[in-house]
Design a binder for this molecule. Structure first.
Ligand code: MHF
Ligand SMILES: O=c1ccn([C@H]2C[C@H](O)[C@@H](COP(=O)(O)O)O2)c(=O)[nH]1
Length: 278
């Protein structure tokens, strides 16, 4: 099993054994019932990407390409429009969170565009890679107040460079306030590693370490069967690795979904089904 699989199983076991139940949680299942969850607070993991760690589980198939496309929709298209996500990229899984105008509200890509977050980030790293102010923060109170819509979950990331010998490594931290662990833990982690890889390529650097902090890590009360099924599975010993197959210095905005290649990824089947909390 990979380190990501071991961490995943530890997290599942920890939530089942030591977690507490939410009371009166916000989301609803499709049948209208309140979606409460069992959760722990303050989860942290560190992945040494430069040494072959990668934050993907092999205990079930993860929608890797969809996760990357969603990321490009947010940070390249800088869009909140579900038509773009669905028609340009073929990713359908956000539809249940549409607001009246067919967007997900003034959130994510719309926030990135409004505050020129990628422009500012690239400029800061270009001017002085050793500046310690490389922050993406999607939690903009004025944006959140502007429209309805789900609040961003993976809302902040930070970037720092480190020289080792001749190479410069880019390290990243992702901070997430809330995580539906069985559904989106690895989607969120690997999509932010993909973003780290895009930033590194843009400057001709290598990816170094990825730090992942989650404040509320939960398993919904309709997912305990899937949680136990995952605990009973043994992942593969091969180490999956995501590669970004473009030359060093490729512009951030020129990277395409097909430039990402996932190797050694043979997840355990069958796929699990989830009735999502909306
Ligand atoms: N409760 C909840 N969990 C989430 O993970 C989540 C939300 N809400 N709301 C907003 C977005 C939407 N996200 C989603 C929604 C659905 C899938 C999903 O259906 N995943 C399937 C396969 C998807 C596919 O193959 O395209 C899975 O098995 O993981 C994943 C992420 C992540 N986010
Ligand atoms: O990228 C994402 C987006 C959403 N989620 C999950 C985390 C929660 O289960 C819900 C959001 O509900 P809140 O009541 O707003 O916390 O969506 C995720 O894990 N990753």
């Amino acid at each position: 099993m990979t380190r990501a699989d071991e961490l995943f199983k530890q997290n599942i076991q920890n939530i089942l054994d030591n977690g507490v139940m939410s009371e009166n949680a916000r989301p609803r299942y499709k049948n209208g019932e309140t979606a409460n969850s069992k959760y722990v607070t303050g989860s942290f993991a560190e992945y040494d990407l430069a040494n072959g760690d990668f934050p993907i589980t092999t205990l079930r198939p993860i929608a890797i390409k969809s996760a990357i496309k969603e990321l490009l929709w947010i940070y390249q298209d800088q869009s909140n429009d579900l038509d773009v996500l669905e028609n340009k990229y073929g990713v359908k899984y956000w539809r249940d969170w549409a607001i009246d105008d067919g967007t997900i509200g003034q959130r994510y890509g719309a926030t990135v565009r409004k505050h020129n977050i990628i422009g500012n980030l690239l400029e800061g790293l270009a001017k002085n890679p050793w500046n310690r102010r490389n922050i993406i923060n999607l939690w903009q109170y004025d944006d959140l107040a502007e429209t309805a819509g789900l609040m961003p979950c993976a809302f902040q990331s930070m970037y720092d460079v480190r020289r080792v010998g001749d190479e410069i490594y880019l390290d990243a931290t992702l901070i997430q306030r809330s995580n539906d662990m069985l559904v989106a833990h690895h989607i969120n982690a690997m999509q932010y590693v993909a973003l780290q890889m895009m930033l590194a390529k843009h400057f001709g650097w290598k990816v170094g370490k990825f730090f992942y902090f989650i404040n509320n890590l939960h398993i919904y009360d309709n997912q305990f069967e899937q949680a136990n099924e995952l605990l009973s599975r043994e992942g593969t010993d091969e180490k999956p690795i995501l590669k970004l197959d473009v030359p060093d210095g490729t512009n951030f905005f020129d990277i395409k979904p097909e430039d990402f290649v996932m190797e050694n990824y043979h997840p355990v089947k069958p796929q699990l089904k989830f009735d999502l909390a909306i």
